[in-house]
Design a binder for this molecule. Structure first.
Ligand code: SF4
Length: 434
């Protein structure tokens, strides 16, 4: 029986890749009533946890969803998966690490493909890293040491609202006065909310990131270039920026989808990594991706632990194979290759391209999610799950690679279980059938 009033300290916010771990949550009668320290997004995530829930397991019959028991739903799901010729397991970035393990086991058992949402966000960053290595650091280092912070193609004020407040505009061990000892630059194609609060906003032409990065590297090495401007910036302005970056004691480049998903994709990230590597010949620089979903970094890590590859993994030959562009979810759907879609805590119907959705709508979708969403509307089977970090515990990985423990602060609705439990039930039933 839940106590009347509970206060939980140092709760980790399960929304974005910052995984802020200083949230204080108050619950009354098993409902979250107060979120202290969380940003506006975090407030909505915690305080709205009982809203828009999937009411119970259901299976589609024609245009209606028929309520069923969990046991019979699991049996039917296992039968659908067993008959599939090319299963695609997708999502995982808003589920905790133990749920990932069960999802990989299912994909392996039926010889399917398992992909996570990084294939449509920072997948190119991973490809760039695989090509050029990683000049990595931690958010703690940023707070304590960085005197030059450069955001590129990111809008932290909107997507990671506490990022600047917690790590950049805050005193650290060696940066006691961040306002005067640390500068914040932003390079982007538009004047976003973040542009209003940084020290220097640099607007560039859309699709010119790769050119600009190449120019920065050339100027850093003292090369003379026979052009007056690049990416809409004068050569002398780029040269001044390079001098400042070179003179920093400790610089950090945070990059978002504006770099990894714009023209050039992984080549942009590759060039940015090489720029940071070059800067390390003069001073200390590192770079970090601004990861979106709270555990997308964890999905890449667990996938690498279990399969050897971070995303886009195919088990059809009985062993894992990796081929972005081939085994990535959108590409499989565009080629109409998969015949069953097991969705774990994602909303592909809301985010995938229309052509991919055409095929998605034509195949059975097994949807595991706490809430109603666009995907639940077209799913063949819906199974509600507990919200990780609110209704069940687990582990997640912060954008800088630090694993953190998610707390359970309220009980899930009756008959609702964590993703890991549901996935294990499906796996066990599949084993029983095979
Ligand atoms: S910045 Fe992200 S992790 Fe931190 S409180 Fe806001 S939504 Fe949660």
């Amino acid at each position: 029986m839940a106590k009347e009033l509970n206060i939980f300290d140092n709760v980790v916010c399960p929304f974005c890749g910052c995984l802020c771990d200083d949230i204080q949550i108050t619950t009354e009668k098993n409902i979250v009533t107060k979120n202290q320290n969380g940003c506006a997004i975090s407030q909505r995530k915690f305080l709205n946890h009982p809203h828009d829930r999937l009411s119970g397991p259901s299976i589609r019959k024609g245009s209606s969803m028929i309520a069923t028991s969990l046991e019979s739903t699991i049996k039917q799901v296992a039968q659908i998966l067993q008959k599939s010729r090319r299963l695609l397991v997708y999502g995982l970035s808003s589920a905790e690490n133990d749920a990932h393990r069960e999802a990989y086991k299912i994909a392996e058992l039926v010889g399917g493909v398992v992909d996570n949402t990084s294939s449509v966000c920072h997948g190119p960053s991973i490809l760039g890293t695989q090509e050029s290595g990683e000049a990595h650091g931690s958010l703690a280092e940023v707070k304590h040491r960085a005197d030059f912070v450069l955001y590129w193609g990111a809008n932290p004020q909107s997507a990671h609202p506490r990022h600047i407040r917690r790590y950049v505009r805050v005193p650290g061990e060696y940066i006691k006065d961040p306002k005067n000892q640390r500068v914040i630059y932003l390079i982007d194609i538009r004047k976003s909310e973040s542009a209003q609060i940084v020290d220097q906003f640099i607007k560039i032409e859309p699709g010119s990131d790769l050119e600009l990065l190449g120019t920065m590297r050339a100027l850093l090495h003292g090369r003379r270039l026979d052009v007056e401007s690049v990416a809409g910036l004068s050569l002398s302005a780029i040269d001044r920026l390079m001098t400042k970056m070179k003179n920093a004691k400790y610089g950090v480049l945070f990059y978002g989808l504006g770099l990894s998903q714009s023209k050039g994709k992984h080549r942009n990230v590759d060039a940015a990594i090489r720029l940071v590597q070059d800067l390390n010949s003069f001073t200390r620089w590192n770079m970090l991706p601004m990861r979106g979903h709270y555990n997308v970094a964890g999905a890449n890590k667990t996938s690498t632990w279990q399969t050897g590859y971070p995303f886009a993994v195919d088990y059809c030959r009985g062993y894992p194979r990796y081929q972005p562009g081939e085994y990535t979810a959108v590409d499989l759907l565009l080629r109409k290759e998969c015949d069953v879609f097991l969705n774990v805590a994602a909303d592909p119907a809301a985010h995938f391209p229309r052509a991919a959705l055409e095929h998605l709508k034509s195949i059975p979708i097994i949807n595991l999610d706490p809430k109603q969403n666009m995907t639940s509307l077209i799913a063949a089977v819906n199974i509600p799950t507990a919200i990780a970090g609110i209704e069940c515990d687990g582990a997640a990985v912060r954008m800088d690679g630090l694993p953190l423990y998610l707390k359970k602060v309220v009980e899930p609705p009756t008959g609702v279980f964590p993703d890991r439990v549901i996935l294990k039930m499906i796996y066990d039933e599949l084993r029983r059938l095979s």
